[in-house]
Design a protein around this ligand. Structure first.
Ligand SMILES: [Zn+2]
Length: 580
């Protein structure tokens, strides 16, 4: 009772003034990004959905960014750098993806929106400056591009939004000291280079990578897997050395987390939250702009959402491990999608037409429920068509056909005639339950090319779309609407089972145990290598040659008890080895 009262007071005190800058375009439209770098392209979406749902941020405090003007970028960056950003090759190098995967204008829009937001956040924080008030806080859900220098871009950092914002407030006449607290796992080399001539600044940083001395930075390099206690002690030391200032930028990097493939500091989510709370407390009277910077592990969105919880309601409450923002969001969209919009009402329409003696061809319904129009409308509502349009596709058309084994639904890009999404389904009984059985599912990005970073996987004729999370979730919603108990498919190769392993499991617990043992042995190999090793018979099970078993994997709508004991027994008795 008391705790909930306290939470309400905190919400009232804090959520009132946490301004959050966010645009749907913060999702990078790069289909290979997640697979090749681990960066979660949906991070900003996940965080804003979560913060609004938990009321850590108020809808009225959401700010829609504007695109930074080239004139504003040019205060910091050379014309040569800005020119080069118009080329897919340059952006491909920055984001570690093939140039064929870069829709230049859409990517530039995201970059300019992030910069515009950092500038406007800094301006808004300064405009509210009042010595008696507590410091105001702004959170921009994209930005902290701290590696970009005046003349050179850095990894994931096309331009330096912090330096661009500093230049903007200086141009406005602000002369106070600017503090930059860089708590990403990597040092602020770009910010230091950009601010070198600024009249009044201080940069403090804690990182887990030694990039040598960086002039102008109070830099602490901590050893690999430092962990929470030693990190927070170093942070206390840095905060004690921080001078007074009138505007702060906090780079609250998510790559400090344990399990990050690039950052090495090994913080827990609790440690990361404590980092943010200590900084927020120290900056209590200093207006501050918080930025997410890096984060390449599956939990990186939780680090940023945690920053929002710390700033918005000063909360230490963990984000439940089972909370999945995409599931929460798509469930809400599904509830708002009326069945008659999906095809079910087509029958009524047809009756009207019949009474008016209008000849209407019988509408073909997928699984007896969805019309082609209804499916297209649903794909629009779930944001799939919008993402595909950003990748340069559209207009679209959905086609439904009967197949020998079920029915197919295809989403076509009309201008090229290419299928972007292809599925073949039927209702089928699996393990005594009525399931939506997926015979075939292909997400196709015919504009993209295979490359060394993005090799061809078995069954692929073109690279994927990077939308499999969304499509899997939509299939779940379809199963629910049809009154089925879940979805099922038979992974024809290792990578398909691996890709689905967080949501689906093998029906047979012993098979699940063998699969988990195999995943452990292949851990650390790039997915394409692991898939090939299995397909080419280079994996042995208990000394014998192993052939991939194409058994059924399922995802139940209502969670079912897991026979963990049988899984563990099978796992323990399955000794996989990998022949070189
Ligand atoms: Zn980093």
């Amino acid at each position: 009772m008391l705790a909930s009262m306290e939470n309400r007071v905190r919400r009232w005190l804090y959520a009132r003034d946490l301004a959050v800058w966010y645009a749907p375009e913060y999702r990078w439209p790069l289909s290979a990004l997640e697979a090749s770098t681990g960066f979660q392209p949906r991070r900003a979406d996940y965080v804003v959905w979560f913060l609004l749902e938990r009321r850590a941020a108020a809808a009225r405090n959401l700010r829609r960014p504007r695109r930074a003007e080239y004139e504003e970028l040019a205060r910091v960056h050379t014309p040569e750098l800005l020119d080069s950003l118009g080329q897919a090759e340059t952006l491909g190098r920055i984001f570690s993806v093939d140039p064929s995967d870069i829709p230049v204008d859409e990517v530039m829009k995201g970059i300019r929106l992030a910069c515009g937001a950092t500038i406007d956040a800094a301006r808004e924080m300064l405009s509210g400056l009042n010595p008696r008030m507590v410091g105001r806080r702004a959170l921009n859900l994209m930005g902290g591009f701290h590696h970009a220098r005046p003349e050179v871009a850095g990894g994931f950092c096309p331009v330096n939004d912090v330096a661009v914002a500093v230049a903007a407030v200086r141009a406005d006449g602000f002369s106070g000291r600017i503090l930059v607290l860089d708590l990403d796992a990597h040092p602020p080399d770009g910010i230091a280079a950009c601010l070198a001539k600024d009249p009044s600044f201080w940069i403090g940083s804690i990182s887990g990578s030694d990039w040598g001395t960086i002039p102008g930075v109070d830099e602490t390099v901590l050893p690999e897997r430092t962990g929470d206690a030693a990190y927070l002690a170093a942070l206390d030391g840095l905060l004690a050395r921080m001078p007074a200032g009138e505007l702060a930028f906090v780079i609250a990097g998510g790559d400090v987390l344990e399990g990050d493939p690039i950052g090495r500091l090994g913080l827990s989510l609790e440690g990361c939250r404590e980092r943010d709370l200590r900084v927020a407390d120290t900056l209590f009277r200093v207006p501050s702009v918080w930025l997410p910077a890096g984060g390449y592990s599956p939990d990186a969105w939780r680090a940023l959402a945690g920053t929002g919880l710390a700033l918005g309601i000063r909360s230490r409450a963990p984000i439940p491990a089972k909370y999945d923002p995409l599931v929460a969001k798509f469930s809400a969209i599904a509830r708002s999608l009326a069945p008659e919009k999906l095809g079910a009402a087509g029958e009524e329409m047809d009756e009207v037409a019949h009474e008016l003696h209008l000849a209407t061809p019988r509408r073909q319904l997928l699984l007896g429920f969805y019309s082609a129009e209804g499916l297209e409308h649903a794909l629009h509502r779930y944001g799939i068509l919008g993402e595909l349009r950003r990748m340069g596709y559209g207009p679209f058309r959905v086609e439904i056909h009967d197949q020998g084994v079920g029915q197919s639904a295809r989403l076509l890009d009309v201008p090229s005639g290419q299928a972007l999404i292809e599925t073949v389904f039927e209702r089928r009984e699996i393990a005594g339950a009525r399931m939506l059985y997926v015979h075939w599912l292909a997400l196709r990005n015919p504009r993209a090319r295979f490359s060394p970073e993005r090799p061809q996987l078995p069954g692929q004729d073109v690279p994927g779309l990077g939308l499999s999370r969304e499509v899997l979730e939509i299939l779940q919603r379809m199963a629910a609407r049809l009154g089925l108990e879940g979805i099922a498919f038979r992974p024809a190769a290792y990578h398909l089972a691996f890709g689905g392993r967080e949501a689906l499991r093998f029906v047979d617990p012993a098979r699940q145990g063998r699969f988990e043992a195999l995943v452990e042995v292949l851990h650390g190999l790039p997915l394409v290598e692991a898939t090939r090793a299995v397909a080419e018979g280079r994996v042995r099970l208990n000394g014998e040659g192993y052939q991939w078993e194409t058994d059924e994997m399922v995802r139940w709508l209502e969670p079912r008890p897991v026979d963990r004991a049988t899984i563990e027994t099978a796992k323990a008795s399955s000794r996989f080895t990998l022949a070189q």
